[in-house]
Design a protein around this ligand. Structure first.
Ligand code: ATP
Length: 235
């Protein structure tokens, strides 16, 4: 479904991604793990067209997307939930969700998608008129995921959804991610520092170090890999 082929991404003269190749099949949950500053967020930004690669190619369903604008990429069905949530604090929950459907004009389907996200996260329906900025961290993460779902993505990119959340909330969020994958058939690319949880959820995983992919395997095999256990699982 998505192929990053030998991509190199820079911030000015600083090279953040070096020869990165990643494949994601339709229907999979794939995770990208790595330490702080490894290049995980840059990988997502490269897919979304925010920091396009200077070299290499990105293809989605067989068509090149690395020269498209971010809004064109969203229209193709790729949507990102950025790190730190970035919801609109002065808008209500419903208004935040409507912003997720900004590029759509199929009103009836938007209404049914609103019901779908309220089914996934009943707390958001209970608080539908509350301002986004007054929600807890976990609720803001739920809102950020829901807002992305309102764009009807085929591929959902999640940047550290567990960051700063309590263990119980993390578990809840990860269960919902699994449900979105299984029930909506949405393909998931999950960037995480919480390697243990991410590998338990994913089908396959990539490990990134200093801008390079150093390992790729089935998630269960990465969980059992001694190097990964030492470096990322603290075992
Ligand atoms: P984190 O978990 O901290 O978000 P990460 O794995 O997502 O880390 P990136 O944020 O992709 O890593 O950063 C990769 C490299 O690019 C780092 O060396 C970082 O300092 C650098 N970098 C990131 N954003 C910028 C920027 N806007 N300008 C210059 N360098 C940047």
């Amino acid at each position: 479904m998505l192929r990053l082929q030998n991509i190199h991404t820079y911030y000015g003269n600083i090279q953040a991604l070096k020869d990165v190749t990643i494949d994601i099949e339709e229907g999979e949950i794939v995770t990208l793990i790595g330490a702080n500053g490894a290049g995980k967020t840059t990988t997502l930004m490269s897919i979304c067209g925010i920091t396009p690669p200077r070299k290499g190619e990105i293809a989605f369903k067989g068509s090149h997307i690395h020269k498209l604008k971010p809004e064109e990429i969203v229209k193709l069905g790729i949507c990102q939930v950025p790190e730190g949530r970035r919801i609109f604090p002065d808008m209500t929950i419903v208004e935040n969700l409507e912003m997720g459907a900004f590029l759509r004009n199929d009103k009836a389907a938007i209404k049914s998608d609103l019901d779908m996200v309220f089914d996934l996260f009943p707390i958001l329906e209970q608080r539908r008129s509350q301002l986004g900025g007054t929600l807890s961290g976990g609720e803001q993460q739920m809102l950020a995921i829901s807002r992305a779902l309102m764009a009807r993505p085929r591929l959902l990119l999640l940047d550290e959804p567990s960051l700063g959340l309590a263990p119980l909330i993390i578990q809840q969020i990860f269960e919902i991610i699994k449900k979105i994958n299984k029930e909506n058939g949405t393909t998931i690319f999950l960037v995480e520092q919480n390697a243990n949880q991410a590998l338990k959820l994913a089908d396959r995983g990539y490990v990134m170090e200093n801008g390079r992919i150093t390992l790729v395997d089935k998630a269960s095999d990465l969980l059992a890999n001694d190097e990964v256990r030492k470096a990322y699982l603290g075992l």
